[in-house]
Design a binder for this molecule. Structure first.
Ligand code: SIN
Length: 281
C-alpha cells in the first residue's frame, strides 16, 4: 500500500489497494492507522458493490444507520447522496462546513463515500483538519474552548431552528424534518480527544452547534464565528476531485467537510455509509 499526501496538513491517496474483496486483517489495520494519521483517505477506480462498501466501512467501526436521512430501499446502512441534473438553484446535502450528526450522544466515527456518477467538472468535496485547527488556535480562543462544552442541536431536522420555508431543497434525497425531538440540546466537549491517537481536536459544528456551554447563543456567536473562520483556514484543508469508482474515507471526530454545490445541470450520485463512534471526551 502506497500513501501519497494530497495537501500539507490533511488527506492522502492510497494506491495499490483493492477494496472490493475481503480485507485482510493487516490491510484493515494499516488503513485504520493511515486514517488516524491523515484523517481522510482517497482511492481511485474501485469496484465496490453494496456488500463490499458495507464490509469496508465495518473495518473502521460498527456500521451505523444515520437518522433523518432516508436510506436506499432494503439497505438501511446506505444513503444515496443524489442531485439530479434538473435540480438547479437548490441546496445540496452537506453543502456547508460540518461534521456529521454531532447532535447525537455518540456521533459517527467516520464515513465512506463512493463516487457512482460524477459531473465532468465541479461537485468536489473539501475536508478541514480540526487537530491542526486546535493546535494553532490563538491563545484567547484556546482559553475559550479548553475545558468547555458546546451545545449541539439537530437544527435542520427540528422545529425551533428549522430551515426557512422558502429554501429550495433537493427532492432527490429524502430528509425528515419538523421532529421536535431534534430540538434537544446535547453537550459535547468543544475539544475532544481522538481515541485512536490521543490527539486533541476542535469539535464545533457550524451547522449543529448553537452555543457554547454557559453562554447565550447571542454571546457565543462572535466567538463561534472566529473559531469557525480559523477552523477552515485553507492551510488546514484538502479538496478532492471525484471520478467514478473513487472512494473517500474520512474521520468524523477530527475533521469538518463541505460538499461544493457548483454543478447545476449535471447529475451527481454518491453512495454513503457510516461507522459508529463513541461519546466524545
Ligand atoms: C456529505 O456527506 O456531507 C456529502 C459529501 C458529498 O456529497 O461530497
Amino acid at each position: 500500500m502506497d500513501l501519497e499526501p494530497v495537501a500539507g496538513t490533511i488527506g492522502a491517496e492510497v494506491k495499490g489497494v483493492d477494496l472490493a474483496g475481503p480485507l485482510r486483517d493487516d490491510l484493515a489495520e494499516g488503513l485504520r492507522k493511515a486514517l488516524g494519521e491523515h484523517l481522510v483517505l482517497f482511492f481511485r477506480d474501485q469496484q465496490l458493490d453494496v456488500a463490499s462498501q458495507k464490509r469496508l466501512t465495518g473495518a473502521f467501526g460498527e456500521l451505523m444507520a444515520v437518522p433523518y436521512v432516508e436510506p436506499l430501499a432494503d439497505e438501511p446502512y446506505i444513503v444515496a447522496v443524489l442531485k439530479e441534473a434538473g435540480e438547479t438553484g437548490i441546496s445540496v446535502f452537506g453543502g456547508a462546513w460540518h461534521s456529521d450528526f454531532s447532535f447525537l450522544p455518540r456521533p459517527p466515527g467516520g464515513s465512506v463515500l463512493l463516487g457512482v456518477e460524477v459531473p465532468p467538472f465541479g461537485g468536489d468535496t473539501l475536508w478541514a483538519n480540526q487537530i491542526i485547527a486546535y493546535e494553532t488556535l490563538p491563545d484567547d480562543l484556546k482559553a475559550v474552548v479548553d475545558g468547555r462544552g458546546a451545545v449541539h442541536v439537530g437544527a435542520p431536522y427540528g422545529v425551533k431552528h428549522a430551515p426557512a420555508s422558502d429554501l429550495r431543497l433537493s427532492r432527490s434525497i429524502h430528509i425528515q424534518r419538523g421532529d421536535p425531538e431534534a430540538d434537544r440540546e446535547v453537550v459535547h466537549p468543544a475539544v475532544r480527544t481522538h481515541p485512536w491517537t490521543g490527539r486533541k481536536a476542535l469539535f464545533l459544528n457550524p451547522i449543529y452547534t448553537t452555543r457554547l456551554e454557559g453562554m447565550s447563543a447571542e454571546d457565543s456567536r462572535p466567538l463561534l464565528q472566529r473559531l469557525y473562520e480559523h477552523a477552515v483556514r485553507p492551510e488546514f484543508t484538502c479538496r478532492f476531485r471525484w471520478t467514478p469508482g473513487a472512494v473517500a474515507i474520512w474521520d468524523n471526530r477530527a475533521t469538518l467537510h463541505y460538499a461544493i454545490n457548483d454543478y447545476d445541470g449535471q447529475r451527481r450520485l454518491m453512495y454513503r455509509t457510516t461507522f459508529a463512534g463513541e461519546e466524545p471526551y
